[in-house]
Design a protein around this ligand. Structure first.
Ligand SMILES: Nc1ncnc2c1ncn2[C@@H]1O[C@H](COP(=O)(O)OP(=O)(O)OP(=O)(O)O)[C@@H](O)[C@H]1O
Ligand SMILES: [Mg+2]
Length: 256
């Protein structure tokens, strides 16, 4: 499966990118001279100790933040040449974000959370609802559309967040520790969902994790240390989350 990354031009091309933050008198180099490309259809894990620059990288790849040096192309577009509107448009059309903390709006139902990003895409209300409901069904939550986030389990919240990330049909899914707050079974279920989006829909996935067991589901691992990319490893034997789930005892037994 890891051979799938070869078709077409890179969806991500980072050329010696750097990111510096200034807080008062102190300057932090969060990313230093980072170069790599990601081909369409790859599933990439990003690993590294706390503070090594993983979230900074995700924010930069997702065009939430700009690199302070180097060149970054997303879907062939050099982000430095885009104004704020064009950048927002690229982000909306190309990228789906999944955060560790879900980032759901507490007062909105699951369905309205999923439909949120389509407000900016200018879709009619009826189409927005239809799309949100179809996506909730696709992540196994057809019967939870009216629930608020506080009425959902952690795994269900993360599935709502993934459905929301998909609502504008992104080619690139950026997931920052999407399983970090979940137990191992629920984490595997989320991984199985991300692998499905990768293998069946051909979406590119870049996933941050601290857990080597999670990273073994990726075809490739990028390792960061102190803001530098220190290793880029590929495997031909990525684990399959669905197969592992099938081998687990049933949930009732596991919970007892
Ligand atoms: N907005 C900011 N302003 C100043 N410094 C920042 C900012 N965001 C991150 N940093 C610094 O940049 C470095 C990289 O942070 P980053 O959040 O990318 O790490 P991380 O690898 O995601 O860590 P973790 O595993 O703990 O989430 C850290 O030293 C951090 O303190
Ligand atoms: Mg982080």
């Amino acid at each position: 499966m890891s051979g799938r990354g070869s078709a077409g031009p890179a969806i991500v091309a980072a050329e010696a990118i750097g990111k510096r933050y200034r807080t008062g008198a102190v300057e932090v180099a969060a990313l230093i001279d980072v170069s790599f490309t990601v081909a369409p259809g790859e599933f990439v894990a990003v690993m590294g100790p706390s503070g090594s620059g993983k979230s900074t990288l995700m924010n930069v790849l997702g065009c939430l933040d700009r690199p302070t040096s180097g060149r970054l192309l997303i879907g062939g577009a050099d982000v430095a040449t885009l104004d704020a509107d064009a950048l927002a448009e690229l982000r909306r059309r190309t990228v789906g974000f999944v955060f560790q903390s879900f980032n759901l709006m507490p007062r909105l139902s699951a369905r309205d959370n999923v439909a949120m990003p389509t407000v900016y895409a200018g879709l009619p209300v009826r189409e927005r609802k239809r799309r949100a409901e179809a996506l909730l069904a696709a992540v196994g939550l057809a019967d939870r559309g009216h629930h608020r986030p506080t009425e959902l389990s952690g795994g269900q919240k993360q599935r709502v967040a993934i459905a929301r990330a998909l609502v504008n049909d992104p080619k690139l899914i950026l997931a920052d520790e999407p399983t970090g707050a979940l137990d191992s079974r629920t984490g595997l279920e989320i991984l199985a969902l991300l692998q499905k989006l990768n293998r069946e829909d051909g979406r590119t996935v870049v996933l941050v994790t601290h857990d080597p067991g999670i990273a073994r589901h990726a075809g490739r691992t990028l390792r960061f240390h102190d803001g530098r990319l220190v290793a880029d490893e590929r495997t031909d034997v990525a684990l399959d989350a669905r197969t592992e789930l099938a081998a687990l005892p049933p949930p009732a037994e596991a919970a007892a």
